[in-house]
Design a protein around this ligand. Sequence first.
Ligand code: ADP
Ligand code: NA
Length: 330
Amino acid sequence: TAKPRLYSGMQPSAESLQIGNYIGALLNWKQLQETHDAFFSIVDLHALTVAQDPALLAENTRRTAAQYIAAGIDPASSTLYVQSHVPAHAQLAWVLNTITGFGEASRMTQFKDKSARHGTDATTVGLFAYPMLMAADILLYNTEIVPVGEDQRQHVELTRDLATRFNSRFGDTFVVPEVDIVKETAKIYDLQNPTAKMSKSASSPAGVIWLLDEPSVTAKKIMRAVTDAEGGVVFDRENKPGVSNLLTMYSVLAGRSISELEDEYAGRGYGDLKKGLAEVVTGTFGPIRERVLELLDDPAELDRLLAHNAERASAVAEETLARAYDRVGL
Ligand code: ADP
Ligand code: NA
């Protein structure tokens, strides 16, 4: 067990993941699980920090798990589990709340942004406490490495501060994790508005490629993607954002360089490029979609697998929690 311990979480925030989640996160995790002892959590407690439809949240949690498995997270070698199945998360979060300064938590930029958007009355204490729950997630597993995007750096820095503070106040208890900022992987843009990031909560329905779209729907969306009147399959983010976006997806999913693709499509129209991309995307997502449907078709088996992985997670988490409780006199 010389592999470094890694932790990452994702919210069950939609019925389907979109292609940006696959390219920007999943492909990376798939690689990391080979070289790390990886814990991947579907963080449903975090999802509760904004209003949720209960039936939908339960359904999206299971669907998110199925998509991660189908896309290549191996639940036998990685510990893929649902956060609320392991009570230690909420328990340790409470202890961490008690050593976090109110001012310190108030300075978290994600909280400031989200609470400004929601307004004071719709902003919950849960949203305020989000970073301390995330710190508990990480610290429970003696995590050495947390691969996150730049937007999560401040939360991992807080986690480091809390671990260090706890250790010096109560005695050595937590591993202080390293922030591993995932270098900006390919960013994917909305097909209809190629200067805006593609997102699960995107405004244009035709602009998002969902992992669970039927292949014919995906192909249609790609064929209708916004390009430009200039012609010429050339990567130029500034002047040709639509074509550049198509080339980025093509390059990542086909494992071919952009310049190789530019050569292949030199002197040809955008229709050809789109057809080629549609084949690559449906070739990748088609089998994943089939596998997801299979997994969802047997919810008892999926639940059994998640329960089994939650037990594996609990075994590690309970030990850390017991140590922390003991240190503070509980
Ligand atoms: P969404 O905007 O779809 O709700 P999240 O903000 O929940 O996505 O991010 C989940 C993961 O997917 C993050 O690691 C994020 O960097 C990645 N991701 C999301 N959208 C994109 C995108 N358009 N391009 C690249 N990566 C993305
Ligand atoms: Na998220």
